[in-house]
Design a protein around this ligand. Structure first.
Ligand SMILES: CC(=O)N[C@H]1[C@@H](OP(=O)(O)O)O[C@H](CO)[C@@H](O)[C@@H]1O
Ligand SMILES: [Mg+2]
Length: 561
């Protein structure tokens, strides 16, 4: 590293001292903490993003958001060249940078890393980093810190993309690196065009089905609601009403949003008895999670949740159907045959009933650790990989290889049997690949796909909800002395350490019909999460409480007494 570069880094870094006595880690989805202590972290991640851009010679993304967490929190994460999460191989470096106690150590770490990774700092290529942020008030000052970090690396420039949903930013990074148009308008156009294309392909018999047409969406008082207001103006065949759109008085994620709805299973602010039976959806604070729900007529305040697992099931059904139409009349000896490999990816939080259902459909279901970075990686190994977390974060990935076959097959079919069912299936799959965000889970594109599929099937929201009955479940959080003391294996379903805890959980779980329970340390909050499901709600609650007590005994403040 040149002396001049070292001097710049040293000088600017001294304005961003790391907070005393706080250890911060890259976690499930980047760094997250109270916004007041994040300046130095964001500055350092700015540096890292410049190095990543120079190393990959690609456009990189930086998103300032704490998603569904409270408004006073914030966070930062990096989008890699294809729009996916930062490679896990660089996460330890991110942790080291964020926790370096002084500018001298920071400089040394950067210098060593630049040498080890052979990062070209000679000005032969200009690094470019697209920076987005959600609507949090702390976003503007953290953006400045990010820009300072990016500017500390000679040859890298920051481009402020303004307030965006997380998936919009990821989409832009991907589009830029593919040499495609990548403005926000291009994003909206791609979504609305491909949605229109899917709607035009709806079987005639369902076109007149006008029941159930209104959709009411909870925008979590965040950026997703704002963007949906814009997008909906470009859609002529869908009536969307946005509530908690972020323009009113409500606070981001407070008693609203996908996380609240999915975890609490009660109506959020702005919804109530007047919405009985209507198709409703909820986004999270940065617009990358989507759940649906309906308000039942019993005025209990509860909702009927249609979570990520059910969205996944709907997508899987549709894709499977289109693939089978496409392959229906295939000549077994023809060279244009392609048996697409379809995979479904879930985490341990997936409701057991959803997994049973997907397996009954004959689908291959694979489990990964919690966090989109793991699911995405696995899904990308299939021709079509569908992944969803129960909380509503997911998408469908299409491999380049499958897409180029599909494109060629569509051209072929359009020459020999234009307008045939087979060709329509090819067109539908192509439209889905354009509609559904290929970079990361995206509530807006997911919502349009759900809407198009329901219309295609001629299904009401209730028909969809009845695909299978969720097993009652409960999630709890336990505050412990050191959550890193919990080490898990087997997609986080088995505790290896502390010793004896897993055996105790097993003994408790065995008492319940269809009982299943696991614990794991959260990667975004300083807690242990407990999950339990069983054949009744009371049983799931009891199992969760007993396991939470075990976690407390083995690890919690109680264990110190
Ligand atoms: C149980 C749960 O919902 N966990 C969430 C949550 O991660 P934790 O590591 O559990 O805190 O936030 C992640 C980022 O949004 C999301 O990917 C994940 O699914
Ligand atoms: Mg989110």
């Amino acid at each position: 590293m040149e002396e001049e570069q070292k001097a710049i880094l040293f000088k600017i870094s001294s304005h961003f001292p790391s907070p005393q006595g706080v250890k911060i880690s890259y976690g499930t989805a980047g760094f997250r903490a109270d916004a007041s202590i994040l300046q130095s972290t964001v500055y350092r991640v700015g540096i890292l993003s410049s190095l990543r851009s120079l190393k990959t010679q690609s456009v990189i993304g930086l998103m300032i958001t704490a998603s569904h967490n409270k408004v006073t929190d914030n966070g930062i994460k990096i989008a890699d060249p294809s729009g996916e999460m930062l490679t896990q191989a660089w996460e330890p470096f991110a942790d080291q940078l964020a926790n370096a106690s002084d500018p001298q150590l920071l400089l040394q770490l950067i210098s060593e890393f630049v040498t080890k990774e052979n990062i070209p700092l000679d000005g032969t290529w200009t690094g470019e980093i697209l920076v987005g942020r959600d609507t949090r008030p702390s976003g503007a000052s953290l953006l400045e810190a990010a820009e300072q970090g990016i500017g500390s690396v000679v040859g890298a420039v920051a481009l402020d993309m303004g307030i965006l949903t997380t998936p919009q930013l990821h989409w832009m990074v991907r589009a830029r690196n593919k040499g495609m148009r990548a403005t926000e308008l291009d994003y909206f156009k791609q979504l609305s065009d491909s949605f229109r294309c899917l709607m035009d392909l709806i079987p005639n018999k369902h076109k007149l089905n006008e029941t159930d047409d209104k959709l009411v969406v909870d925008g979590a008082n965040g950026v997703g609601g704002e963007k949906l207001e814009i997008l909906k103006k470009m859609l002529d065949s869908l009536a969307i009403e946005v509530r908690n759109s972020g323009k009113g008085e409500g606070v981001l994620n407070e008693g609203v949003g996908a996380d609240y709805v999915q975890k609490e299973k009660v109506t959020q602010h702005g919804f109530g008895i007047e919405d009985v039976g209507i198709r409703c959806a909820s986004l999270d604070g940065d617009g990358d999670r989507l759940v649906y729900f309906t308000v039942p007529s019993n005025s209990s305040g509860d909702i009927d949740l249609i979570d990520g697992d059910k969205i996944l099931s709907l997508f899987a059904l549709f894709i499977k159907e289109q693939l089978s139409i496409l392959n229906k009349e295939v000549d077994k000896n023809a060279t244009n045959n392609y048996e697409a490999c379809l995979g479904v990816i879930q985490t341990a939080y997936a409701n057991g009933a959803s997994t049973d259902y997907l397996k009954q459909l004959g689908l291959e279901v694979v489990f990964t650790q919690t966090g989109v970075k793991y699911l995405h990686e696995k899904a990308s190994q299939y021709d079509i990989g569908i992944y969803f977390e129960a909380n509503g974060h997911g998408t469908i990935l299409f491999s380049e290889c499958f897409l180029s076959w599909l494109d060629a097959r569509n051209n072929e079919l359009s020459a020999i049997s234009k307008g045939s069912e087979q060709q329509k299936a090819a067109l539908r799959l192509l439209a889905v690949s354009n509609l559904i965000n290929q970079a990361v889970g995206d509530a807006l594109s997911g919502l349009l796909l759900v809407e198009a599929i329901l219309k295609h099937m001629g299904w009401s929201v209730h028909r969809w909800s009845d695909l299978y009955q969720d097993l009652p479940s409960r999630q709890l959080k336990v505050k412990v002395v050191d959550r890193t003391a919990v080490v898990t294996t087997n997609a986080e379903t088995v505790v290896l350490r502390p010793h004896g805890l897993q055996e105790a959980i097993n003994a408790e779980t065995a008492k319940y019909t269809r009982g299943r329970s696991f614990i794991r340390p959260s990667g975004t909050e300083d807690v242990i999460r407990v999950y339990a499901e069983a054949s009744t709600q009371e049983a799931a609650d009891n199992l969760a409480n007993s396991v939470a007590e075990l976690a407390d005994q083995f690890l919690g403040y109680g264990s110190n007494k």
